[in-house]
Design a protein around this ligand. Sequence first.
Ligand SMILES: Cc1cc2nc3c(=O)[nH]c(=O)nc-3n(C[C@H](O)[C@H](O)[C@H](O)COP(=O)(O)OP(=O)(O)OC[C@H]3O[C@@H](n4cnc5c(N)ncnc54)[C@H](O)[C@@H]3O)c2cc1C
Length: 382
Amino acid sequence: MKRYDYIICGAGCAGLTFLYEIISYDKTKNKKILVIDTSIKNQNDRTWCFWDNNESNFRDIINHQWSQLNFKTNNFQKKLLITPYIYSMINGLDFYQYILSMLSNHHNIEIKQENVLNIENTENGVEVKTSNKTYLTEYAFNSIIFDKKTIETKNSLLQHFKGIEIETQNDVFNPEEATFMDFSTSQAKGTSFIYVLPTAKKKALIEYTLFTKNILEQKDYDDVLEDYIKNKLGIKEYITNHTEFGIIPMTDYKFKRFNGNIINLGTVAGCVKPSSGFAFNFIQRHTKQIVALLAQGKKPHLKKSFNDRKFHLYDAVLLEVLAENKMQGSEVFASIFKKNSPQLVLKFLDNQTNIWEDLKIMTSVPSKIFLPIALKKIFTVK
Ligand SMILES: Cc1cc2nc3c(=O)[nH]c(=O)nc-3n(C[C@H](O)[C@H](O)[C@H](O)COP(=O)(O)OP(=O)(O)OC[C@H]3O[C@@H](n4cnc5c(N)ncnc54)[C@H](O)[C@@H]3O)c2cc1C
C-alpha cells in the first residue's frame, strides 16, 4: 500500500487553502502529499465574499471590493462605511486555478480524481479508501462530509440561495457600494434577504438567500429575483450571465476538530458560522493554525479555544431564536446594526470581539427573548 506523509481528502476551499499553506513553509513543502477529490475543480461553482483588513493571501485573485455596504429592512436603512474593513469577492474557479497552478513544480504532490469512501485510523497509520484503491498516510486532512444527516440538530437550518449575475444595457449600479442584506423581501417563509453585489456599472450578482428548514422549488427563487430586479431595482431589461445555487448547513452540531490522526478541515471542522453561513475567513484562520503547527514540527491536533466555545454558544442561541421563530432575523440584524458601528458588528460576526464588545452587541437585542435561551444553552452547549 502506497504511503504518504499527508493525504488531503477534498480539494475545495479548505483542502486547497491547506495546500497553499503547506507549500509556503520550507518544513512542509517537500512532504509526500496526495490530494483526492471527485471533482477536477474546473467549474465556477461558488463565489466567496468575506471582509478583512485587506490582508488576504488571495488579494491577487479578488474580483471586486467594496468599502461601503447597505443594510435595509422595510422600515430601517443604514449605509455602512466599513473602513478599515473591506468586503471582497473571489470567484471559486479563480481560487481553484490559482492554487492548483502553484503545484506544477511540486512533484511531491499527487492529485487524484477519486471518490473517497472511508477514512480510518489503523495501527499502521490512517487508511484512506477510495473507489479505486486504499492509501496509507501519517495524517489525513479531511473536508468531506460523509453523512450530512449526522450534522442536523433540533435547531438546524439551511442557508440556501440562488444568485444570478446580470448585465444591463444602461449604467444602473454603483460598483463602489454593495447591498449586504436587504430584508425588504417577504419574510413569510422565514428569514430571507437579498445581496446586491455590483462589479461594474452594468453588472451585478444578485442573490436571494433564506435561512429555513427546507429549500424551495427553483421557480420560487427565480420569481423573487425577477420581482426584486424589476420592481425594487427598476431594471426592466437584463441578461443573465451566470447562475449560482448553494446550500450551507447552519447547525449547532458539535463538530470534532480531529479523530486520531484524521484532522478535519472546513465545514466538517465546524468552520461555517452557524448563525450566518460565512466560512471563508474561518477556514483561512483554522487552516493557517494547523499548518503552522506542522511547520513547527508539532502535531496538528488543534483543540477548540475558549473563543471557539464562546461563539458557538452565541451562535446556538441565535440559531434557536431563528429556528423557533422567537424573533424575525430581519429584526435581530436591524437591532444590532441600528445600535452599533458597522465595524463592531462585522468584528462580532467574524468571532473577533472581546467579552466587552460582545456585551455591547448583546444588549442591542431584547434580553427577554435571548436571555432565557442563553441560560438554557450554557448548560447544554459545550
Ligand atoms: C455556493 C456557495 C457559496 C458560498 N459563498 C460563501 C461566501 O460568500 N462567503 C463565505 O464565507 N462562505 C461561503 N460559502 C460557505 C463556505 O465558504 C463554502 O461552502 C466552502 O467551500 C466550504 O469549504 P470546504 O472545503 O469545507 O468544502 P468544499 O469547498 O465544498 O470542499 C469539499 C470538497 O470535497 C470534495 N468531495 C466531496 N465528497 C467527496 C468524496 N466522497 N470523495 C472525494 N472528494 C469529495 C468536493 O468535490 C469538494 O471539492 C458558500 C458555499 C456555497 C455552497
